[in-house]
Design a binder for this molecule. Structure first.
Ligand code: HEC
Length: 604
């Protein structure tokens, strides 16, 4: 079921390019540079300049220096370009259908944005969401709202901050609840009033732009950040959800589309991205997989029978993935392009996976509170039931097969959405310590656990912060954990059992919901998803120093990070639904934080 993503408008693009006098099959366009200024000669520092070409699109973004100048890396994707320059406080500049030539100079003039409402609209979603959070005095409710309403999409983005009358809010909340965004009754009753009050323009715009015109308002990023190059490749379509991605040792990037049951591959060394994709066979499973329920699907665009969620590379170079809805593990062989499957014995919703040094797969099983182990060599498999913290949870977890059976005959979703919330423990992140021990987090229980890799005994440890999500070990055996609803990261020392926490420096403080982090072991750096603020964040443990990299697309919701051999940072934009993303398309992203210093100097 292989499909090369032939650019749909290739022919039209080629004809257009020809019409503009460009040679077909041209070499990369080199040395495109220019300056962003205000028309009166004053440079605009820290503006993002994006050049987008190709179909599906490939965008390259650089920042302007103190003198407003920028220089693009060689642009390999062909076709007419869209050029955009943006900086908060200035009106977006956008030119379409530009034909670019090597050595071209671009003179870009930005106009001041004088309308405070328009400036407020340029701010990342977390600024808006903070206005909601400030209105919820009870810290328990605030935590619940952050944890339960920001795990599919950002809150505070354009689509979610629209004012709605109470009935419309009830409809939205019922839909969110049926999909899993359950909140307790008291909170649910307050949401319409709180969201409408927080987002009402007469209040929000004034609060968000109080400092407009002062130097501290949306300052340009520091010079170090402005040296970065950020690339974005469109992948899939408006109904896609690119959940997790990885960098294969061969340099290609794989990504799974959870709502369309597809595996994607991008070849960044190919000028057009060399995108390919394969349908993951769903066998006889209905839409919804083992969770198929009575009634129409909640999201009509979902075609998921197997729902691929996460993926990892096996020691033999094959790709293994969790099929959350199909309740399977799948292996994709890049040589034969064939899939093979392992069915779970017990448990529901295989989630995040890691290989241990013996080639065994360890994976969290989120809905039923298990941790799975599968050895592809021997076929040895087990699913360990993890501790629940209440009797109600323990009973509910054991009743899951019954509820799933019942749900195929009666529509239980509305009842679930109207109930008083329900906290399942939700085993989430998992990683293998250098000593072979398996560590995982239980998101909703605010604790982590350790499984002995030989005896399978389980030990649980409370975290001193809420919602530990996707975690990773560094080369020294320290575990790094993002606190999703607590806006921080923590390190944990398995020897001393001590946690150390570091608050993320995202303004306004406390508004960030970091979904995942990963450790670049060669450089000893921790990279963190700035999931609600359109950022990637670097933390250097030695100097305890954070660096925040703004990303070019509004509504960039990130869930996983990986690194390539050159130390560049990869992630995907997987806001679900994709149509909330600016431009409406999910993407793969590559951030190169270290463009050579010489090259940066040349732009000054
Ligand atoms: C399980 C995933 C998920 C969770 C959790 C979730 N949402 Fe959504 N949300 C969606 C999807 C998918 C859509 C798009 C639905 C559509 O357009 O049909 C959406 C759309 C929205 C919209 C826009 C609706 C519109 O009319 O365009 C709002 C507002 C919203 N969500 C608020 C919330 C709130 C508040 C919560 C927490 C109670 C929440 N979401 C939790 C998946 C989720």
């Amino acid at each position: 079921m292989r499909r090369h993503q032939q650019p749909a408008r290739w022919l039209a693009g080629a004809v257009a390019a020809f019409g503009l006098g460009m040679a077909i099959g041209a070499q990369a366009v080199e040395d495109v540079s220019g300056r962003v200024h205000d028309g009166g000669g004053a440079p605009i520092a820290g503006a993002m300049v994006t050049i987008q070409r190709g179909e599906p699109a490939h965008g390259v973004t650089v920042f302007t220096g103190d003198d407003g100048r920028f220089r693009m890396p060689p642009l390999e994707t062909e076709g007419p370009a869209i050029i955009r320059a943006r900086r908060i406080g200035w009106r977006d500049l956008r030119r379409t259908d530009v034909s670019l030539a090597s050595g071209q100079w671009l003179d870009l003039v930005l106009e001041r944005e004088t309308d405070p409402g328009a400036v407020a609209a340029q701010l990342p979603a977390n600024h808006w969401y903070q206005l909601v959070l400030e209105r919820i005095e009870d810290p328990v409710q605030r935590e619940e709202l952050k944890r339960q309403c920001t795990y599919c999409h950002q809150q505070g983005n354009l689509a979610t901050r629209r004012l709605r009358d109470p009935e419309e809010w009830q409809k939205v909340l019922a839909l969110m609840g049926r999909m899993g965004g359950l909140v307790s009754r008291d909170l649910r009753e307050r949401i319409p009033e709180v969201f409408n009050a927080a987002y009402a323009p007469e209040h929000a715009v004034a609060a968000l732009t109080a400092d407009l015109g002062k130097p501290g308002f949306a300052p340009p990023p520091p010079a170090e950040v402005r040296a970065a190059i950020i690339e974005e490749w469109d992948l899939g379509g408006r109904a896609s959800m690119q959940h997790d991605m990885l960098v294969h040792p061969d340099g290609r990037i794989y990504s799974v589309d959870m709502s369309q049951d597809r595996l994607y591959r991008l070849d960044p060394s190919s000028p057009d991205g060399g995108r390919e994709d394969w349908e993951i066979p769903g066998g006889d499973l209905p839409i919804g997989g083992v969770f198929a329920r009575m009634g129409p699907p909640d999201v009509p665009t979902s075609n998921a029978r197997v729902g691929p969620h996460s993926l990892q590379v096996a020691p033999d170079g094959a790709i293994w993935m969790t099929l959350a809805l199909g309740n399977q593990l799948a292996r994709f062989d890049p040589g034969t392009e064939q899939f093979s499957f392992h069915e779970l014995g017990q448990g529901y919703y295989p989630h995040t996976l890691r290989f241990d040094a013996r080639g065994r797969i360890w994976y969290t099983i989120a809905a039923s509170n298990h941790l799975g182990m599968f050895d592809p060599m021997t076929g040895d498999a087990r699913e360990l039931r993890l501790p629940s913290s209440t009797l109600g949870q323990a009973v509910a977890m054991r009743m899951m097969p019954f509820f799933l059976w019942l749900g195929r005959h009666v529509d239980l979703r509305a009842a679930a959405a109207e109930a008083d919330g329900f906290n399942a423990p939700i085993p989430y992140g998992v990683d293998i310590a250098p000593d072979g021990a398996v560590w995982f987090s239980q998101l909703n229980e605010h604790r982590i656990g350790r499984v002995d890799p030989d005896t399978f005994s389980i030990e649980m440890i409370d975290t001193p912060f809420t919602a530990p999500r996707r975690m990773r070990f560094d080369g020294k055996g320290r575990l790094w954990i993002p606190g999703f609803s607590s806006g921080l990261i923590a390190s944990f020392d398995p020897e001393t059992r001590e946690f150390q926490t570091y608050e993320l420096p995202i303004e306004p403080l406390g508004s960030e919901t970091p979904y995942a982090l990963h450790v670049d072991r060669r450089r000893g750096e921790v990279w963190i998803c700035g999931t609600n603020s359109d950022t990637l964040i670097r933390f250097e443990p030695d100097g305890e120093r954070f660096t925040v990299y703004p990303l070019p697309t509004r509504v960039t919701y990130t869930r996983e990070i990986d690194f390539d051999a050159e130390g560049r940072v990869w992630t995907s934009n997987s806001n679900a639904p994709a149509w909330q993303i600016e431009g409406g398309m999910p993407r793969l992203l590559r951030l190169d934080p270290r463009r050579g210093d010489a090259e940066v100097a040349a732009t000054r």
